[in-house]
Ligand binder design. Structure first.
Ligand code: ZN
Ligand code: FE
Length: 258
């Protein structure tokens, strides 16, 4: 049983603390900054064993040098990001790729390559906990921008995540849900699950509460980027006969302009 805690940092990033009480193993996912992580660890009287990085962007990795210096934690990072994450030490840290399995406490952490936002992006799936850390690939009601990948690559990555067990809790890297909901409703305005969720999200954010984690099941029912086969969305885009990738690319392009 791994405890997962959200730590909101900067304007809209989430850092996630992981803890396995059985073994005392402590980890952090995507620490864009070090100070709030160190402060929280001190509150909890915890050290740090592992730093998991989904991709090289500074808002996910910036805290690495200070965290390592203060805690001596090891880093697991994508092999595809070799050479572009400041603070990596090739002797101690672990470069991971598709199919690799890390051990965190008593749990297996599966590495899934999920390129599209960046070419080296990976996600970490703790199968025994139904927990997924997917960085800037899948968001609640949205998906990451295509900075280095093609629509086909991102669609492949999203399809891989969508195939995980429906109960999987999705810990994504940003709180973008409210603006994502506005876009989702613009392309899927009659979806009753989405209408209900939109209202819940406005309420949560009105109280300053997070909308993360979401679940794969909820995303499959409400996230337009996973619903490219929905007849209503296709009709609205005038793309009844298009391929899945074409519909995905059109949705992503519209979101960029939204
Ligand atoms: Zn990013
Ligand atoms: Fe980010």
């Amino acid at each position: 049983m791994i405890e997962i805690e959200l730590l909101p940092v900067m304007s809209d990033n989430y850092v996630f603390l992981m803890f396995d009480p059985a073994t005392g193993t402590s980890g952090v996912v995507d620490p864009g900054v070090a100070e709030p992580v160190l402060a929280r660890l001190a509150d909890l009287g915890r050290g740090l064993d592992w730093i998991l990085l989904t991709h090289h962007h500074a808002d996910h990795t910036g805290g690495l040098p200070a965290l390592r210096r203060e805690t001596g934690a090891r880093v697991a990072y994508s092999r595809g990001d070799t050479g572009r994450i400041p603070g990596i030490e090739s002797g101690t840290d672990v470069a991971v790729a598709e199919g690799d399995v890390l051990t965190f406490g008593e749990e297996a952490v599966h590495v899934l390559e999920t390129p599209g936002h960046t070419r080296g992006h990976v996600s970490f799936w703790i199968s025994g906990e139904d927990a997924l850390f997917c960085g800037d690939t899948l968001f609640a009601l949205g998906c990451g921008r295509l900075f280095e990948g093609t629509p086909g690559q991102m669609w492949g990555s999203l399809s891989k995540l969508a195939a995980l067990p429906p109960a999987t809790r999705v810990y994504c890297g940003h709180e973008y849900t409210e603006s994502n909901a506005r876009f989702a409703l613009s392309v899927d305005p009659e979806n009753p699950d989405l209408l209900r969720r939109g209202a819940e999200i406005r309420e949560l954010r009105g109280r300053g509460e997070p909308t993360v984690p979401t679940t794969i099941d909820l995303e499959l029912r409400t996230n337009p980027f996973l619903r490219v086969n929905d007849p209503g969305i296709r009709r609205r885009l005038g793309m009844e006969e298009a391929s899945e990738i074409e519909v995905f690319a059109e949705l992503r392009a519209r979101k960029d302009r939204f």
